[in-house]
Design a protein around this ligand. Structure first.
Ligand SMILES: [Cu+2]
Length: 266
């Protein structure tokens, strides 16, 4: 009696290890691998800001792999964490540039992994509650639903994040000739832009920091987001003569002093 009880207690976590769990673990490992790739290939230098976003999916994968009840819910929570962290600022930028294949494919794979983490994590949790479900038969449907969800999430993020980069309207030579402002963690250099009211403004912003940054100018349609190590072009007609504040809308950068002044001369 006592032996049977301890055997049941011992095997209980493993009994919760359904066929959906290994796929959920795989999706979480894929998120960690993609962000590791991002750090190595894009930053090519240590970026500790990405440590939680690499470590968290690894930890979640380990916990889901234990097969303990409710642990698969960590997978959709992980996806939520990624989608609400400041690094999401890179996503619309990359999705808008299919020609930059490396970043574009990386972002597509990231959304595939995020979507599958959500549906499989939820699916594994339901399966743990209702062991009678035929998980093996439902697995392909859950994976396909995850890929679709990833596509929808990517589309929604792309559509709801304003991005007004005009780089595509300039040749490489023209881009190099544009006035270039530096974005760092967390300031613009220079932080004063002087323009004439009757002239269209084209400014290139080069992000040399480790964080994503933005150039936002209220009252205009200018909302430029620039990932670390990349650049973008703000192209706009100046507002009426006067003095305006521009700022970075990523995270708390504006409060941290990432602001500048736009002077529009008559
Ligand atoms: Cu910023």
């Amino acid at each position: 009696m006592h032996a049977a009880h301890s055997r049941r207690a011992f095997s209980r976590p493993l009994a919760g290890l359904t066929v959906a769990n290994p796929v959920t673990v795989f999706a979480l490992l894929a998120i960690a691998a993609l962000y590791s790739y991002h750090v190595v290939a894009i930053f090519a230098r240590p970026n500790w800001g990405y440590l939680p976003i690499v470590a968290a999916p690894l930890l979640c994968a380990a916990l889901v792999a234990t097969g303990r009840p409710w642990m698969p819910l960590l997978a959709p929570l992980m996806a939520l964490f990624v989608l609400t962290s400041p690094v999401r600022a890179d996503i619309p930028y990359n999705l808008a540039r299919p020609a930059e294949t490396r970043y574009f494919v990386y972002t597509l794979l990231l959304f595939a992994a995020l979507g599958v983490s959500v549906t499989l994590g939820l699916g594994a949790t339901v399966r743990q509650r209702y062991p009678g479900l035929r998980a093996r038969a439902l697995l392909p449907a859950a994976v396909v639903a995850g890929l679709l969800l990833g596509a929808v999430l990517g589309g929604v993020l792309r559509a709801t994040t304003p991005q007004s980069d005009a780089s595509a309207e300039f040749s490489a030579v023209e881009l190099a000739a544009l006035p270039t402002f530096a974005m760092d963690d967390t300031a613009y250099t220079p932080s004063l832009i002087e323009v004439r009211a009757d002239q269209t403004v084209a400014i290139r912003f080069a992000n040399g920091g480790l964080l994503p940054h933005a150039f936002d100018l209220d009252g205009t349609a200018v909302h430029l987001r620039v990932p670390s190590g990349r650049s973008g072009v703000a192209l706009f007609t100046p507002p009426a003569p006067g003095t305006y504040t521009f700022y970075c809308s990523v995270g708390d950068h504006r409060a941290a002093g990432m602001v500048g002044v736009l002077k529009v001369l008559p």
